[in-house]
Design a protein around this ligand. Structure first.
Ligand SMILES: Nc1nc2c(ncn2[C@@H]2O[C@H](COP(=O)(O)OP(=O)(O)OP(=O)(O)O)[C@@H](O)[C@H]2O)c(=O)[nH]1
Ligand SMILES: [Mg+2]
Length: 318
């Protein structure tokens, strides 16, 4: 396994660090201002700290939880210097994020032992970045010698099929589609049949973000899920929910609908570049308790990486 895949190397934090600059500024400029010139850790200081946290899109409950953990550590270690708080807060955040991360290796690295067709369904509301993320993930696995097939199962939105085709051409991956308005489950059924005979490693299914009604969308997605299982036993092994990180706390309610209907296996957060709301990652994770597999930090194919809690927290703190 490539060590860099695990994100263990802490320095240089580099790219991610640059991409998360707005979040970092919002969070740490205020933290630094809070502790500078203060000599003691007292309740008013902790209250101000809590306010900084929940106004950083982390969410009220999680901010409270972090402060509780922090207060306990301060007491246990008899800490008195405000300057020590940041390091402890970082550790609290890392352990919070690490606690619910499951082993996602089947989702994130090349499995050389399995020859079962791995099917991933990408779901999420419209505009969050499903199609772009599919292209990024395909590109990522192609670089790891996997053969990828893309399936255009958003047959509802105008130009959705063409958008996937353009990505397919750009990265050199086959795209299976039918005409607009076709039954998405039928598209998936045929695509998986083709994938089996073509020795494909991974199939990525692009789905609609919006239909006439939300319940229709869930029905359609469930049907796709069922049909995939009829073609490939155990498929889709992965139902990946794409969340736009800039929607902050609003994303949670959205995610719950998908999680309840479909049994989401993992989350990918997009658009972490150019937003100061990166702290939402912590709140979203804590609320949903669904592991985060990857994060996206731009519109390009390379703006995609495995989510590593420590690396992420290092990048949002100065
Ligand atoms: N800055 C930034 N933009 C992104 C990122 N991911 C996707 N986008 C942009 O977000 C817009 C929507 O992306 P799509 O991939 O079309 O989203 P979608 O979920 O497939 O949308 P629908 O098919 O309409 O449901 C596009 O302009 C993308 O370039 C990201 O990580 N950062
Ligand atoms: Mg799309």
């Amino acid at each position: 396994m490539d060590k860099s895949d695990l994100g263990y190397s802490r320095a240089p934090v580099g790219r991610l660090w640059n991409k998360l600059s707005k979040t970092r500024r919002k969070l740490t400029d205020r933290l630094n201002a809070l502790v500078t010139g203060k000599n003691v850790i007292d309740p008013p200081l902790l209250e101000n700290l809590e306010e900084i946290l929940f106004t950083s899109d982390i969410g009220v409950e999680v901010a409270q939880q972090l402060i509780e953990g922090l207060t306990q550590k301060v007491e246990k270690k008899s800490l008195s210097k405000p300057g020590q708080l940041k390091a402890i807060l970082k550790e609290e955040m890392v352990s919070l994020l690490e606690a619910g991360q499951e082993d996602l290796s089947a989702f994130t690295i090349k499995d050389t032992t399995s020859n079962i067709l791995h099917v991933v369904m990408f779901v999420g509301v419209n505009g969050v970045g499903k199609t772009t993320t599919i292209a990024k993930m395909a590109h990522y696995f192609q670089a790891r010698e996997q053969k990828i097939m893309l399936v255009a199962a958003d047959t509802f939105r105008a130009a959705a099929i063409e958008q996937l085709q353009i990505w397919g051409e750009r990265i050199g991956a086959e795209v299976i589609n039918q005409k607009r308005g076709a039954d998405p489950a039928a598209v998936v059924f045929d695509a998986l049949s083709a994938a089996k005979s073509r020795k494909i490693d991974r199939v990525f299914i692009d789905t609609a973000g919006r239909l006439h009604t939300k319940s229709n969308l869930m029905k359609e997605l469930k049907k796709i899920q069922k049909v995939a299982g009829q073609q490939v036993s155990g498929a889709p092994q992965q139902v990946t929910l794409i969340i736009d990180a800039t929607t902050g706390q609003n994303a949670i309610a959205q995610a719950q609908v998908f999680a309840e209907s479909l049994g989401v296996t993992d989350i990918i957060l997009t658009k972490l570049d150019g937003t100061a709301k990166g702290g939402a990652v912590i709140g979203i994770f804590q609320k949903l308790r669904i592991p985060i597999s990857f994060i996206c930090t731009g519109e390009g194919l390379e703006d995609f990486e495995i989510f590593n809690p420590r690396k992420f927290i290092e990048a949002i703190f100065d």
